[in-house]
Design a protein around this ligand. Sequence first.
Ligand SMILES: Cc1cc2nc3c(=O)[nH]c(=O)nc-3n(C[C@H](O)[C@H](O)[C@H](O)COP(=O)(O)OP(=O)(O)OC[C@H]3O[C@@H](n4cnc5c(N)ncnc54)[C@H](O)[C@@H]3O)c2cc1C
Length: 373
Amino acid sequence: MDFSLPPELEEKRKVVRAFALREFADEKKRYYDEHEKFPFEIRKKAMEEGILNYGNYWDLLITIEELFRVDPGLGFSIFAPFFGNENILLLGNDEQKKKYLEPVLRGERIMGFAVTEPVAGSDVAGIASKLDKQPDGSYILNGSKMFITNGTIADQLVVVARSGPVPSEQKRHHNMSMVIVETKWPGVSTNKLYGKMGMRASDTAEVIFDNVKVPKENLLGEEGKGFYYAMNFFNISRIYVAAMAIGIAQGALDIIVEKAKKDKAFSSMEGTQFTIAEIATRIEAARLITYKAASFLFQFNPDPVLTSMAKYYAAETGTYATEKALLATGMDGALTSLERMFRDAKINEIWEGSSEIEELTIYRMLMKKLESD
Ligand SMILES: Cc1cc2nc3c(=O)[nH]c(=O)nc-3n(C[C@H](O)[C@H](O)[C@H](O)COP(=O)(O)OP(=O)(O)OC[C@H]3O[C@@H](n4cnc5c(N)ncnc54)[C@H](O)[C@@H]3O)c2cc1C
């Protein structure tokens, strides 16, 4: 068993860190957070410099960590334009990949993944948006989606909606389908949401579908399997959310360590030493679970229990680290990036499955496994 990363990944870590330290200047971090604007020009630079490598999953994981370590809001905005692309990669046919995946990977189009609705957040089976099948095989989409990342800037969204009736209370997750919707199509409208707690440099919106005609060619995978496809996607995305949270925790540790290096009175306090030791230990634990879960996923053999453990524990570690670092550094911390990182960290406990949902998944799957052993 070898716990060290290959040299090329360690090298990539340095390249991404140098990019983030250069491009995420303090005034930019503050500007995009305060104005809740998407940083198009920083994303463009990241694409030009080949910062995101979607062809190598480990490379992507390390890159996310290093971007979020310097600034979660700006880091997310570089990564988010690809959000949901795995659905097209895994389910799309050649034409769909050529038309909708390749331009996203080249950085020419922005995409999003629309699952959440005003009445269906954690409860994905509660989705009410409807895809009504027409005699020619196309669909008419009606409904609304909430908290959609890139909602107002995306060119296309992968949308999960109900394509048939709810068979029974136990089978609420049946009869959902996944389709690709272009946001320029008639009937698609968006409302940008302002004032969210964290990740403010990212775009979040309500998306409304009013009699949107979706050609049959835009169905992803098989009709009726949308719920299972979405769960499969979350098994992938939760690993990346865990990496985001580890990056944030590492960034908080960097700030407190930097202060300890400069301020002898601060570093000589036992409280400071305990805080640094505790945060560093939790980061190590979160990274180990995440890398273990990632190693199963990247070999196409995901372990949903480990994945949920990674997302749950890393997200809590991000919040823990930023909160403890804020407490330890006092006014200094409140006036630095820590204040923003604390707000950003909390979001990781909500999206892609809240901490409670991860705990329920861990419990249920663990019990199932133990009962069958
Ligand atoms: C910044 C941001 C960006 C987002 N981007 C996207 C996006 O691009 N696409 C998308 O589809 N969604 C997106 N979301 C939505 C996100 O995935 C949901 O917020 C999340 O799934 C939780 O749903 P909810 O907010 O409706 O909360 P709810 O589901 O209403 O949950 C509220 C609380 O109740 C708890 N809870 C719910 N059910 C249970 C249960 N059975 N047992 C115990 N506790 C429970 C939850 O843990 C939580 O604490 C985004 C959210 C945010 C904040």
